[in-house]
Design a protein around this ligand. Structure first.
Ligand SMILES: C[S@@+](CC[C@H](N)C(=O)[O-])C[C@H]1O[C@@H](n2cnc3c(N)ncnc32)[C@H](O)[C@@H]1O
Length: 377
């Protein structure tokens, strides 16, 4: 199996960052569309991309794509694909389906048609009519969009946000790929001071520490395709070995995280410990109102709480006013705030945001307000 097509899926708004990451990993001819980046790869790239992609949600193996307006179309063309090249004789396989703006409107029916087609294909290929399903996992996805069916197998298993360091979450933690994206978009680099004054479980700073030290985000976990017989075990071993030796510890990173809640600071510390970056970040309990900044240059990346109740509104207004007071005259500071609250720019009066990027935090529409500071000399 020389060439395969992989699809890195991403939350809406992060596709271009995933494209950049794939570029950096050496892939060319990247096809970007909403929520995904498709690219040609080799088998060894399944371990590599799963281990290294920070801003993506999953890596899918593309099996085929075709027009399907009837269930017969879907069945026959699914059955024509070489499922036995991938799915082991004892493989455990499930099918997920979604359909959007298509003649075939019932996701449930699409799911059972695809399952039936794959079963028939594998029965013929392996000469069996009973599947023990005791082996590795293969999650097939059929996605119909405007009558175009795309069939994939998920190589990742649990989403790539599961880095293995967050056994504990604070309130409303950011997903790791989004936190990595916020850091990337902030142009922070390892020589510069980065503060998250409302750090919660510490995700933004932990992702920054991992990025700075070239730690592959997937190094502490396994993936569904770890067990796939088609991928030689040494591909995985080599990819993990390369990732382990790529780590470059940096003793003097300037990463600081504060939060008003002592319990979440404990969680942040414990998460950083699990991620292997505890030495790189300083965490402390602090109300943002008491934050004292004496450095001329630095970067803030944070997502403040956004409230629904009146009491929360008042608390949030105070946070905004505190940020405004601290950073209004500090032109050497770049401020990056992720919030669903579009009142933020009214309170932060240093200037109009240089850029407002629309992103999604889970299912919530949010804005990433970006205020560029002067660069250090
Ligand atoms: C949306 S959460 C941040 C989540 C974080 N990014 C994470 O990934 O876990 C907002 C945080 O702001 C903190 N917070 C609320 N008011 C604060 C204040 N006045 N000063 C500092 N932190 C505050 C909360 O305790 C909460 O942890």
């Amino acid at each position: 199996m020389e060439q395969i097509a992989l699809i890195a899926t991403a939350t809406f708004g992060l596709e271009t960052l995933v494209k950049q990451e794939l570029n950096a990993l050496g892939f060319a001819d990247l096809r970007v569309s909403e929520g995904k980046v498709e690219f040609d790869a080799g088998l060894a790239d399944i371990p590599r991309t799963n281990l290294w992609l920070r801003c993506a949600d999953r890596v899918l193996l593309k099996m085929g794509e075709f027009t399907a307006v009837t269930f017969d179309d879907l069945f026959e063309q699914t059955k024509a694909l070489p499922w036995e090249d991938w799915i082991a004789r004892d493989g455990r396989f499930t099918v997920n389906a979604k359909t959007h703006k298509s003649e075939l409107k019932s996701a449930r029916s699409c799911q059972s048609i695809v399952k039936k087609a794959v079963v028939e294909r594998l029965s013929a290929a392996y000469g069996i009519d009973h599947f023990v399903e005791t082996g590795p996992d293969f999650t097939i996805q059929v996605a119909l969009h405007k009558d175009m069916a795309q069939l994939t197998i998920d190589t990742s298993g649990p989403g790539l946000h599961k880095r293995g360091y967050r056994a504990e979450a604070g309130e409303a933690p950011l997903k790791e790929p989004l936190a990595a994206a916020l850091v990337t978009l902030s142009f922070w680099n390892k020589e510069r001071l980065l503060i998250d004054p409302m750090c919660g479980s510490g995700t933004i700073l932990i992702e920054a520490a991992m990025m700075a030290q070239n730690m592959a985000p997937g190094l502490n976990r396994t993936f569904a395709s770890d067990e796939w017989p088609i991928i030689p075990a040494h591909y995985w071993q080599e990819a993990r070995q390369t990732a382990a030796t790529a780590v470059q510890p940096i003793p003097d990173l300037q990463l600081q995280g504060y939060d008003i809640d002592p319990a979440v600071i404990e969680i942040a510390r414990s998460n950083a410990q699990k991620a292997g970056v505890a030495d790189a970040i300083t965490f402390a309990v602090k109300d943002v109102k008491d934050l004292w900044i004496d450095q001329q240059y630095g970067i803030v990346v944070s997502n403040p709480p956004y409230g629904i109740r009146l009491a929360e509104y008042q608390q949030i207004n105070q946070i905004y006013m505190a940020l405004n007071k601290i950073f209004r005259k500090k032109k050497g500071w770049s401020i990056y705030i992720l919030t669903a609250d579009d009142k933020f720019p009214r309170y932060f009066k240093r200037a109009r945001p240089d850029r407002v990027r629309k992103l999604y935090n889970g299912t919530i529409k949010v804005n990433y307000y970006q205020y560029y500071g002067e660069k250090p000399p």
